[in-house]
Design a protein around this ligand. Structure first.
Ligand SMILES: NC(=O)C1=CN([C@@H]2O[C@H](COP(=O)(O)OP(=O)(O)OC[C@H]3O[C@@H](n4cnc5c(N)ncnc54)[C@H](OP(=O)(O)O)[C@@H]3O)[C@@H](O)[C@H]2O)C=CC1
Ligand SMILES: CC(=O)N[C@@H](CCC(=O)OP(=O)(O)O)C(=O)O
Length: 347
C-alpha cells in the first residue's frame, strides 16, 4: 500500500483528495493536516466521509509526513516550497496542487505570486503534472507542480492544434473565454463568493492579467515548441463545480482542408480521461461533475475559418485533486485509472 499524506485536508481540493483516495485500492491514508481543526475526526467535519476515513486532522507539525511515500499539498501558494526539501530528503514524493512548482521562470513566479521562490533548484527538477502532455517525465518525477484548473482546460483544448510540426492556426492570436464555478476560489471566506454576491450573477475578472496566463503560455509553448500569443478571460458563474472553456483559433489558409475532428480524435486516442465528443456536440459541466474526465467538442461554425473548441472539466477533479491522483498513479507505476473510475454525477 502507498502511504499518503495530505497537507490542507479541510479545503475543497483537500477533501476531494480524501474522497478519491479513500476509495483508492492501493492507498493507505496516513496523515491529514489542518492548523485550525487539529484533533477533529475527518468524518465529524465531513459526514460524507463517515465510514470511509477514520483518521483525525492533525496540526502540520504533528503530522508524520516523513513516514509517507507521497505527500499532497492542497494549500495556498508558498506552503509546499517551504517543506519540499525536507520531504524529498526523506525519500517522500511531493505533489503540489498550488503554484509553487508550475512556473519555471522564478522572476515570473515572483511577479505573479508576490513572494520570492525559496527553492529554485527544486523548481528546476519539478515536473509539470499534466499527464496527457508529460507522462514520461511524470513517471520518473520526485516532485510535481500540478497545473491550475483553467490551464488544464486551455492546454488540453489547444494541444492537438499546437502539437503539429507546421502551424494550423494563427498561434499568435489564441483566445480563451473561460468560466468557473465558485469552488475554484477555495473554501476560505471571501466576499465575492458569498451566496448574495455570486448567485444570480455573472462577471469577468482578471482581464488585465491573471496568474494562469503565464502558466498556460509556458505550457502551450512547450507543446508547440514555438512562441504562442494568448488572451485569457476568466469569468465567475453561479455554479459550484465546473469549468467551461470556449477556445478560439483562426485557421490558416494552408490548413483549411484539415479534418479537425479527426485530428483531435487521433491526438487523444487511448487517453482514458479525455473524451473527444462527436462533431457538433455541446459538452456540459454536469457531464463531468465529480469525475476526472475532460470533454472536448470541436466546432467550425458555418464551415468558416474560425475554430471553436469547447472544453469542460470539474475544477476540483481533473482541474486539481483527480489530476494529482492520476500523477500519483503514474509515479508509482499503478494503473493510471486506479481510484479514478467514478461516473459523473447527474443532475
Ligand atoms: N479550488 C480549485 O478549484 C483549485 C485549487 N487549486 C489550488 O489548490 C490549493 C488548495 O486550494 P483549495 O482547496 O481551493 O483551498 P482552500 O482555501 O479551500 O483550502 C486550503 C487548505 O490549506 C490549509 N492551509 C492554509 N494555510 C496553510 C498553511 N500556511 N500551512 C498549512 N496548511 C494551510 C487550510 O487549512 P488550515 O487553515 O486549517 O490549515 C485548508 O485545509 C490552492 O493553492 C489552490 O490555488 C488548484 C486547482 C483548482
Ligand atoms: C473561480 C476562481 O476564483 N478561480 C481561481 C483559480 C483556481 C485555481 O486553479 O487556481 P490556482 O492557480 O490558485 O491553483 C482564480 O481565478 O483565482
Amino acid at each position: 500500500m502507498i502511504k499518503v499524506g495530505i497537507v490542507g485536508g479541510t479545503g475543497y481540493t483537500g477533501v476531494e483528495l480524501l474522497r478519491l483516495l479513500s476509495a483508492h485500492p492501493q492507498v493507505q491514508l496516513t496523515a491529514i493536516t489542518s492548523r485550525k481543526e487539529d484533533g477533529m475526526p475527518v468524518a465529524d467535519m465531513f459526514p460524507s466521509l463517515r465510514g470511509h476515513v477514520s483518521l483525525a486532522f492533525s496540526a502540520p507539525e504533528k503530522a508524520k509526513l516523513t513516514e509517507c511515500d507521497v505527500v499532497f499539498f492542497a494549500t495556498p501558494h508558498g506552503v509546499a516550497m517551504a517543506q519540499a526539501r525536507e520531504l524529498l530528503a526523506a525519500g517522500v514524493k511531493v505533489i503540489d496542487l498550488a503554484a509553487d512548482f508550475r512556473l519555471k521562470d522564478t522572476a515570473e513566479f515572483e511577479k505573479w505570486y508576490a513572494m520570492p521562490h525559496s527553492c529554485p533548484d527544486i523548481l528546476e527538477e519539478a515536473v509539470y503534472g499534466l499527464p496527457e502532455v508529460n507522462r514520461e517525465a511524470i513517471r520518473k518525477a520526485r516532485i510535481i507542480g500540478l497545473p491550475g484548473c483553467y490551464p488544464t482546460s486551455m492546454q488540453l483544448g489547444y494541444a492537438p492544434l499546437l502539437a503539429q510540426a507546421k502551424p494550423l492556426v494563427n498561434e499568435s492570436m489564441l483566445i480563451a473565454d473561460c468560466k468557473s464555478g465558485v469552488s475554484g476560489a477555495g473554501r476560505k471566506a471571501e466576499v465575492h463568493t458569498l451566496l448574495a454576491e455570486a448567485a444570480d450573477n455573472f462577471k469577468a475578472y482578471g482581464v488585465k492579467g491573471h496568474r494562469h496566463l503565464p502558466e498556460t503560455v509556458q505550457g502551450l509553448q512547450a507543446i508547440a515548441k514555438r512562441k504562442v500569443g494568448l488572451t485569457f478571460v476568466p469569468h465567475l458563474v453561479p455554479m459550484i463545480r465546473g469549468i467551461h472553456s470556449t477556445l478560439y483559433a483562426t485557421i490558416l489558409p494552408e490548413a483549411r482542408d484539415t479534418d479537425f475532428q479527426a485530428l483531435y480524435e487521433k491526438h487523444f486516442e487511448g487517453e482514458k480521461f479525455v473524451d473527444v465528443m462527436p462533431s457538433g456536440s455541446h459538452p456540459e459541466t454536469r457531464s463531468v461533475r465529480a469525475s476526472n474526465k475532460l470533454r472536448i467538442a470541436v466546432h467550425r461554425p458555418g464551415g468558416g475559418d474560425l475554430l471553436v473548441i469547447l472544453v469542460v472539466e470539474d475544477n476540483l477533479v481533473k482541474g486539481a485533486a483527480g489530476q494529482g491522483v492520476q500523477c500519483m498513479n503514474i509515479m508509482f507505476g499503478l494503473d493510471e485509472t486506479a481510484g479514478l473510475t467514478q461516473v459523473p454525477v447527474l443532475p
